[in-house]
Design a protein around this ligand. Structure first.
Ligand SMILES: [Zn+2]
Length: 461
């Protein structure tokens, strides 16, 4: 007997998909419902404009965080004024500013990587939702650069790949999405941050301020070193991007929800991992032939990035990076050594590759910001011993909501293996699929078929 009163559509879907273990394969995961408007955004991303942005950023000679801020042609001050002006220009559509562009700045005191107190300035461009919404997604690249000596504020530091590539991709996404005139259900923030090379300062300031004001950031991506498809041994791979996704956040104080996540075996179902699965599904659906390779760790060894301060504030955050890095082209003074050219120069950037990564970002952001929020308060009934699974959740607020989708997979599988649409209900019982044997999650789905990020259920007490 079903534990809950189900609507006819749900009963019909139960009859259509008798959930017996032998027939579970009939519940193949639902494919991404591709939207023409998102396909158009992906198509508009231009390698030529990304190339022009990278070359302009390199032309400031150095964008070191302690470099010149007065000159109009050289140093980090000129660079950020240009980024802001460019976003204002391209974000104005038919005389209307679609992007609200501002500087977000503060003074970082002198420290291990700053010889004097220094103004750290982020360039923040916001694309507002069409309906009132407190939900935000943030995408960033860092516009500061460095030479071999991290304290050297005057040498040529082109930073074409690290990270003019990420900054250019973010600028291109902002411009294309501002002009797309595509009504959003959530707000997007496109951000070029400073102080990354000196200690992730700009991102940390933004994340801390966001947390203090209880800002609802449902997901954050940083794009850092997305410019090259060529490895240091010369082999090419322009078919994939690495997406770094932390598991259980390494917070100083572990909230109860995380403790429960661990105790139910959910270490691979953290908010960042769910966000990464979503980005992979959406990115690969809209950018055919390009793979989003999820790496189940926070970042590469010995390295960090601007997603980390967001993780440390408890937000879901991811890092995009090219598949194979050439370390001769990062963090190095431009020079020739035994016949080998060293330095982070535009000639080592493959802008067609950067554009592919920007397309994955843009498709994911457009899908996230138009689709519903991940269902809240998803719980699993654990009051009695049984081999069926009863899930309950809170109703989503979106007016264009169609219903919910239950996902499940074996506990050793990385990605969802099965799904069933259960209609517009807030509880559902899966007969004969045991919560003890698989991992479940719930997605919200809107009338156009856009699915939310999945929510992992915690035990109902
Ligand atoms: Zn970097």
């Amino acid at each position: 007997m079903l534990r809950f009163a189900l609507r006819p559509t749900v009963i019909a879907s139960l009859l259509a998909f008798p959930l017996l273990p032998a027939q579970a394969d009939t519940n193949a995961p639902a494919p991404v419902a591709r939207q023409p408007a998102i396909e158009q955004i992906v198509k508009e991303i231009s390698p030529a404009r990304i190339n022009a942005y990278i070359n302009k950023l390199v032309s400031f000679e150095t964008r070191h965080t302690m470099s010149d801020t007065v000159s109009e042609t050289r140093g980090i001050g000129a660079a950020r004024r240009w980024i802001k002006a460019e976003l204002e220009r391209c974000g104005t559509v038919k005389g209307r500013p679609e992007l609200a562009v501002r500087f977000d700045s503060y003074i970082e005191p002198a420290g291990r990587r700053l010889t004097q107190p220094t103004e750290i300035v982020n360039v923040v461009a916001e694309l507002k939702s069409a309906v009132p919404s407190d939900r935000y997604y943030v995408v960033s690249g860092h516009y500061d650069s460095r030479a071999t000596d991290v304290m050297d504020a005057s040498s040529f530091a082109p930073g074409a790949n690290d990270d003019a590539s990420g900054t250019a991709a973010v600028m291109e996404m902002a411009c294309v999405m501002a002009q797309a005139n595509y009504p959003l259900n959530a707000n997007l923030i496109f951000m070029a941050v400073a102080g990354e090379e000196q200690g992730l300062f700009g991102a940390a300031h933004f994340a801390k301020t966001a947390r203090a004001s209880k800002m609802n950031i449902a997901g954050m991506f940083t794009n850092d070193i997305i410019g090259s498809s060529r490895a240091d041994d010369g082999h090419l791979d322009n078919t994939q991007v690495r997406l770094f996704a932390e598991g259980i956040p390494a917070l100083a104080d572990m909230p109860e929800a995380l403790r429960t996540l661990i105790s139910t075996g959910g270490e691979n179902d953290s908010p960042s991992r769910q966000l990464a699965r979503h980005v992979k599904a959406i990115g690969e659906a809209y950018v055919p032939g390009f793979k989003v390779t999820i790496i189940n760790r926070r970042d590469r060894y010995l390295r960090g990035g601007d997603h980390i301060p967001f993780l440390e504030q408890g937000y879901a955050a991811l890092r995009f990076t090219e598949p194979n890095e050439d370390f001769n082209h990062q963090h190095q003074n431009v020079r020739v050594e035994s016949g080998v050219k060293i330095g982070d120069l535009p000639e080592y950037v493959d802008v067609n590759y950067t554009a592919q990564v920007a397309r994955v970002n843009a498709a994911a952001l457009a899908s996230l910001a138009t689709g519903p929020a991940a269902p809240a308060q998803v719980k699993i009934q654990t009051t009695q011993l049984e081999n069926s699974t009863s899930l309950v959740w809170q109703a989503n607020p979106e007016p264009d909501l169609a219903g919910y989708r239950i996902l499940w997979r074996e506990t050793t599988a990385a990605n969802w293996q099965h799904s069933v649409d259960v209609g517009n209900v807030t509880s559902y019982t899966m007969k004969n699929v045991s919560k003890d044997n698989v991992f479940f999650a719930v997605q919200a789905v809107d009338k156009k078929g856009n699915a939310s990020v999945a929510s992992y259920p915690l035990p109902l007490r």
